[in-house]
Design a binder for this molecule. Structure first.
Ligand SMILES: Cc1cc2nc3c(=O)[nH]c(=O)nc-3n(C[C@H](O)[C@H](O)[C@H](O)COP(=O)(O)O)c2cc1C
Length: 161
């Protein structure tokens, strides 16, 4: 697969097989993800591996579609609102890299933003100065949905003098 194929064929997966994900594979995808661009090389991502008890408290859609692994991806505190935004941007790049590395290996990811809701932040035990960029269900897809067509990109482009 070319990089363009990997990008275009990745789908949000909401139903997983029970097959486990090897820890070495998971770490490889995370390590790959860490090559995301990030300002001042501050590597603002932190990863929580969510265990069964926390997962049941989160009580997310059919237990994250039966995903064998659930991670919460946090963005580190920053000194200013501008830098905090930068951190969230870099962590978003990290998550996209992670999803693409997993997809290349035949796995799939469900990215949910529910982790940043106040009650879910409490369940995850996240300090106020952190952002929860996503809670990810990860595993091997039981179902792959059809691609959702995108708006022609030309309609998103404006020209400045
Ligand atoms: C920041 C972010 C938050 C998301 N949160 C949710 C979510 O809470 N629930 C959900 O069903 N999908 C969520 N998604 C996944 C989108 O719904 C999905 O990417 C979109 O429908 C396009 O489908 P595709 O990923 O298969 O191309 C999120 C995606 C992003 C980037």
């Amino acid at each position: 697969m070319t990089i363009s194929d990997v990008i275009k064929k990745r789908r949000t997966i909401k139903s997983f097989k029970p097959d486990p994900v090897r820890e070495s594979e998971l770490l490889f995808w995370l390590e790959t993800a860490s090559y995301a661009p990030n300002h001042r090389l501050n590597e603002p991502w932190e990863i929580l591996i969510v265990g069964a008890e926390t997962r049941s408290k989160l009580n997310h859609k059919k237990d994250f579609g039966g995903a064998p692994v659930v991670l919460a991806i946090l963005s580190k505190p920053a000194g200013t609102p501008f830098e905090r935004d930068e951190n969230v941007m870099a962590v978003s790049c990290f998550v996209q890299n992670f999803m693409l590395a997993a997809h290349e290996a035949g796995a799939g990811v469900y990215w949910s933003s529910m982790g940043n809701l106040p009650q879910n932040r409490d369940i995850l035990g996240v300090a106020p100065e952190y952002d929860v960029v996503g809670v990810l269900g990860i595993g091997y897809p039981a179902e792959v949905p059809a691609a959702k067509p995108r708006t022609p990109i030309a309609s998103k482009i404006s020209y400045l003098a």
